[in-house]
Design a protein around this ligand. Structure first.
Ligand code: FES
Ligand SMILES: [Fe+2]
Length: 391
């Protein structure tokens, strides 16, 4: 009964009608700029997998709003991130989105200033250096970088408010039994959604749309077919508190093991998983504003967001497997990827529908229903970030 004392009513739903963010938050250029400066430039943002930079001297560029950074692995194996901008007159340093440097130097394509992979300015090809100029004063603009279990994050704040470990959502599930570090991408899907980045997060934070938008997913995850995400989203949850049928527990339909076209897992499931991990069907870890990762018994999917404009968001999804799974004869990756792709495309499409309606001059803002409690939490997070970081 102590559980009852700690949380007298575990029903998740909203009890009051809460307003959404104002419609202008989703298309106004000033609102977008505010999101960039108070959220995207102040929080940890996923840029790639460590395995994308496996070799020394490999690099990748990444865009976060109007900022471009370059991540590079130095000759000792350490990763570094910098603004992709030369200290001389500001030229873009790396023009390719990924590749391998030919030497242990980043050399600007304009006048050939060269930097070590730690960011020190080491070569200036002028015939003579002017008085008052010291190379030490012009290192690359460094960017904070941290890794989490094979995922590379950066933080554009000169002094990040908190370490990366603190950036995960408190409601995140636990993926510690999944071998995240060892996984490699078997499939990558990239698309540009014609919607504000917040429209995507709102969509991710409710399943009220699932019965109408995701027919296949709702058949596989019966609780989603009821428009709910987890057991305690149901106002009647107490009546079914001991019922482990998936429409109440949140697991997969009987006979299904994973998110795939036929519900079957392909290859052995990850050996470290507990019975609970397996029964969950899907386990999410979320880091606002840029990432969610979902673990299934036999693979992991990551989704990364990058805001390109007020009404444009890049989405990159990766299906991650062990190298052994990918090499196994007869491995049917399409059975897995096709299922997830359909869900993503359904979400992408409905997010764009959402975006197109928001410009109505009459629609100042919307209102949330009880099942949308996590959107309310997201909105509170956004308001809070604005309040903390507004200059
Ligand atoms: S702008 Fe880079 S060397 Fe001149
Ligand atoms: Fe969805």
């Amino acid at each position: 009964m102590s559980q009852t004392l700690e949380k007298p009513d575990p029903y998740n739903g909203l009890r009051r009608a809460e307003p959404t963010l104002p419609s202008t938050a989703y298309y106004d250029p000033d609102a977008f700029r505010r999101d960039l400066t108070t959220i995207w430039q102040r929080n940890w943002v996923l840029v790639c997998r460590s395995a994308d930079l496996a070799e020394p001297l490999s690099f990748r560029t990444a865009r976060i709003g109007d900022q471009e950074i370059v991540v590079v692995r130095d000759e000792t194996g350490a990763l570094h991130a910098f603004h992709n901008t030369c200290r001389h007159r500001g030229a873009q340093l790396c023009r390719e989105s990924q590749g391998r440097l030919k030497a242990r130097l980043i050399t600007c394509p304009y006048h050939a200033w060269s930097y070590s992979l730690r960011g020190d300015l080491v070569r200036v090809p002028s015939k003579t250096l002017p008085e008052g100029f010291d190379r030490k004063d012009f290192p690359l603009y460094s960017v904070a970088l941290e890794e989490w279990r094979g995922f590379v994050f950066v933080n554009l704040a000169e002094t990040p408010d908190a370490p990366l470990a603190r950036s995960f959502d408190r409601e995140s599930g636990d993926l510690s039994n999944w071998p995240l570090e060892d996984l490699i991408a078997g499939h990558v899907f990239r698309t540009v959604l014609k919607c504000n980045w917040k429209v995507f997060w709102e969509n991710f934070n409710e399943c009220l749309h699932c019965p109408g938008v995701h027919k296949h997913l709702s058949a596989l995850v019966p609780i989603y077919g009821r428009g709910l995400m987890v057991r305690h989203d149901d106002p009647e949850w107490a009546r079914n508190a001991d019922n482990d049928a998936p429409e109440f527990s949140g697991g997969l339909r009987p006979g299904a093991e994973t998110w795939s076209e036929d519900g079957r897992a392909h290859g052995p499931s990850f050996p470290g998983l507990s019975d609970r991990d397996r029964a969950a069907g899907q386990t999410y870890v979320v880091s606002l504003p840029s990432m969610f990762v979902v673990g299934h018994v036999d693979y992991v999917r990551s989704v990364r967001l990058s805001p390109l404009g007020p009404e444009e968001t890049e989405l990159t999804a990766e299906w991650l497997f062990t190298p052994e799974q990918l090499a196994a004869p007869g491995f049917d990756i399409a059975n897995i990827v096709d299922f997830g792709l359909r869900v993503l495309e359904e979400d992408a499409d409905i997010c764009e529908v959402n975006q197109r309606g928001l410009r109505s001059a009459r629609h100042d803002r919307g209102v949330l229903m009880p099942e949308e409690y996590d959107i309310h939490r997201f909105h509170q997070w956004v308001r809070n970030q604005h309040a903390i970081h507004d200059a």
